[in-house]
Design a protein around this ligand. Sequence first.
Ligand code: ZN
Length: 105
Amino acid sequence: MNNWRYCRPTRKRKPRQEDMDLMRQFLERTGIKVVSEEEAEEADVVVCNTSDMWTPFRDNVSTVCAECGKGIYHRPHAPRKPRKICLNCAAEMSEREARERNSKN
Ligand SMILES: [Zn+2]
């Protein structure tokens, strides 16, 4: 799974600093690319915020992580095709893939 995208919502208000820090650390650690919602349609997996994370929007769509079933949300026009998974599962999966890559080399 090389084609991971984090679907970044367009924010009008500033999010909580702790959520931004968490997100930045996560994206740096996993190498997931931040793209627009249109580009994310081509992704294999869309990484979503868990439902306890801050959001400026009231019209988010609530759903559950395709891996662990935890509550997540995304924007109404987020891509329909890719599986939607939470940040925690994305981190676990990308770390597992990195380990597998390293063990082959
Ligand atoms: Zn999950």
